[in-house]
Design a protein around this ligand. Structure first.
Ligand SMILES: Cc1cc2nc3c(=O)[nH]c(=O)nc-3n(C[C@H](O)[C@H](O)[C@H](O)COP(=O)(O)O)c2cc1C
Length: 200
């Protein structure tokens, strides 16, 4: 099959690409509204883009009416955000925070999610998250009805048991992140990992 995403199958681009480009990591992004409330929403158009400097990106599309989502709006206004990472126990509440709330309401409040102060930015992080990446906004690229928000990672908070202080590595076998699969509702677990040695 050949699928033409610019013409014949243009209206299927989202479900086709989102089912093929899998699994996708999930950024559960907290941002701060001007009323002081914490906005939380998940984004699976997300990845790290480098380590020197440490940078990541995620992509909030516009709503159907063409307006930016609250996360995009708050990032632009404050110049900062936190990417909270998601493990299996947090999966269901993460999905619930994808519901559209009025922009001045807080998903962390409506879901009873505790937050903790960040170290380098004003935006709080989700206390229960296995890890949280404090980011300052580097750039926003507008891309049609989408945008790429690029952040410089200032600081990482990680649960004590996930970090090995001797090797200075994350204990990958203890970190049960989940990934997004086909839209709208499919996910994967990541506890069936295997090793393939790279050639030297
Ligand atoms: C797992 C998951 C991943 C999502 N990924 C994206 C994404 O990459 N881009 C996007 O625009 N919306 C994505 N969404 C939908 C947003 O989370 C949703 O539109 C949310 O209401 C945005 O909230 P906000 O207006 O508070 O920013 C995703 C939803 C889920 C459940």
């Amino acid at each position: 099959m050949k699928l033409d995403l610019l013409h014949e199958h243009a209206d299927r681009a989202y479900p086709i690409l989102a089912a093929l480009i899998t699994p996708r990591p999930i950024a559960w992004v907290t941002t701060l509204h001007e009323n002081g409330k914490v906005n939380a929403a998940p984004f699976s158009f997300f990845n790290m883009i480098g380590d020197d400097p440490p940078m990541l990106m995620f992509c909030p599309g516009n709503r159907e009416d063409g307006t930016p989502k609250d996360t995009a709006r708050n990032c632009r206004r404050t110049g900062e955000f936190v990417v909270n990472l998601v493990d299996e126990p947090l999966g269901e509440v993460m999905v619930r925070t994808s519901a559209s709330l009025a922009e001045d309401l807080s998903e962390t409040e409506s879901e009873g999610l505790a937050t903790s102060a960040s170290s380098t930015i004003a935006t709080p992080r989700i206390a229960q998250a296995p890890a949280a990446l404090e980011c300052k906004l580097h750039d926003i690229w507008e891309l049609g009805g989408n945008r790429m928000i690029i952040g410089l990672v200032q600081c990482v908070h990680v649960r004590d048991e996930l970090f090995d202080p001797v090797t200075l590595r994350i204990r990958a076998q203890a970190y049960h992140s989940i990934g997004r699969m086909a839209v709208p509702d499919w996910y994967c677990r990541t506890d069936d990992q295997y090793e393939m040695k790279r050639p030297r």
